[in-house]
Design a protein around this ligand. Structure first.
Ligand SMILES: Cc1ncc(COP(=O)(O)O)c(C=O)c1O
Length: 388
């Protein structure tokens, strides 16, 4: 096949044509500032209100509970640092060892400022046990932050159970739902704060949101004109927000169809690739996001495999896009106990709206050959380590 095969949708997605079309007028003619009183401003305000209303309906929240941000990194920082700063004491924070760095590094920064933090570890499939969260809760815990679905291995978490537990203890629950938003049901009624990002669902880059349940106290990180109900100052990115709303609408209307297709591709990849010697599926087999699948190959370097597949016109990744340039092993794979000899040989395949059978065929044709070719040069032999 001559077209490039893109299977790295967890890193980012192409903007959908309908999204681009919805956004374009807001770059050109409808360029107003939503705070201006004149017609240009009023039209921008209408678009902002309409987008907020539409996204809130899809999420099952109230429009005034949605705070638009520059992306999920900002939304996660606002949720975590904002709730910590809203408290007069230095409250205790709970998170997990498999969060995205946009959560982990925000929490670590708070830890450096003197906030006590507990990290809950997953089981071998990447699942967080609510009982393990219960065990670390303290009288001064303010926030528990657990992602909805992992960006590297796809494992999903029991958010409804975690939400019930948090509410029993008067603790807020934040969830980084970047990879899950628009792909699976999210029990927002059990969640107090939730982050999402447009560019993971065929929307534009540089726009995201934080859902903040009514009544949750949050200190703003940005100070200025008091936009977003004083929670996030800065002129609103109207074209981006309109694009985010359109991408959300499309993702929700197509999600059952995509879920079915991705699940069948995922099952096919697992069945086929598990046939390669020294291969391990990382993450939960069934409690997982439908569009992500992650494997480790013994005696293979993940980076070399990505480059070899790139030569064949196939784009995939090793772990998360943000940690790939570092040669550090993925903190997620380490946390779920992937053996050291396999932790560097991981590959994440992630599908999107436009992923078709031909692309999965191309991957399943090229990948086993790439693994064999790289193993031929490897100083290690398959079977040198005890894997499974
Ligand atoms: C789970 C998760 N959280 C947060 C982010 C950061 O999102 P953004 O690129 O919108 O800042 C990402 C992006 O890779 C992600 O996968």
């Amino acid at each position: 096949m001559d077209r490039h095969v893109y299977l790295d949708h967890s890193a980012t997605t192409p903007v959908a044509p309908e999204v681009l079309e919805a956004m374009t007028p807001y770059h050109r003619d409808l360029f107003g500032n939503a705070s201006s009183l004149h017609e240009h401003g009023r039209k921008a305000r209408q678009a902002l209100d309409h987008s907020r209303q539409s996204i809130a309906e899809h999420l099952g929240t109230k429009p005034e509970e949605i705070v638009f941000t520059s992306g999920a990194t900002e939304a996660n920082n606002l949720a975590i640092i904002g709730t910590a700063f809203a408290s007069s004491q230095h409250p205790h924070i709970v998170t997990t060892s498999i969060e995205h760095h946009a959560v982990l590094h925000a929490v670590r920064w708070l830890e450096e400022q003197g906030y006590p933090v507990s990290y809950v570890h997953p089981d071998a499939s990447g699942k967080i046990d609510p009982e393990a969260v219960r065990e670390v809760l303290r009288d001064d815990t303010a926030l528990v932050s657990v992602m909805a679905g992992n960006n590297e291995v796809g494992t999903t978490q029991p958010l409804a159970e975690l939400g019930t537990l948090c509410r029993e203890h008067g603790v807020l629950l934040h969830s980084d739902a970047v990879q899950a938003f628009g792909k699976m049901e999210l029990p927002t009624e059990h969640i107090d704060l939730l982050s999402a990002s447009a560019h993971k669902l065929h929307g534009p880059k540089g726009v995201g949101l934080l859902y903040v349940r009514k009544g949750v106290k949050l200190a703003p990180l940005f100070h200025g004109g008091g936009h977003e109900n004083g929670r996030r100052s800065g002129t609103e990115n109207i074209p981006g927000i309109v694009g985010f709303a359109k991408a959300t609408e499309i993702a929700f209307s197509e999600r059952h169809e995509h879920r079915e297709r991705w699940t069948s591709f995922r099952d096919r990849m697992i069945e086929s690739l598990e046939g390669i010697r020294g291969t391990r599926l990382n993450g939960h087999r069934t409690d997982c996001l439908p569009h992500i699948v992650n494997f480790s190959f013994e005696a293979v370097e993940g980076e070399s495999l990505v480059l070899k597949l790139d030569e064949a016109g196939i784009a995939v990744s090793t772990g998360s896009a943000c940690s790939s340039p570092e040669l550090e092993p993925s903190h997620v794979l380490v946390a779920i106990g992937v053996p050291p000899a396999m932790v560097h040989g991981s590959l994440r395949i992630s599908m999107g709206r436009e992923t078709v059978t031909d692309e999965i065929d191309a991957l399943l044709d090229a990948l086993p050959r790439a693994v064999e070719a790289l193993r031929a040069y490897s100083p290690f032999r398959v079977g040198d380590t005890d894997v499974h």
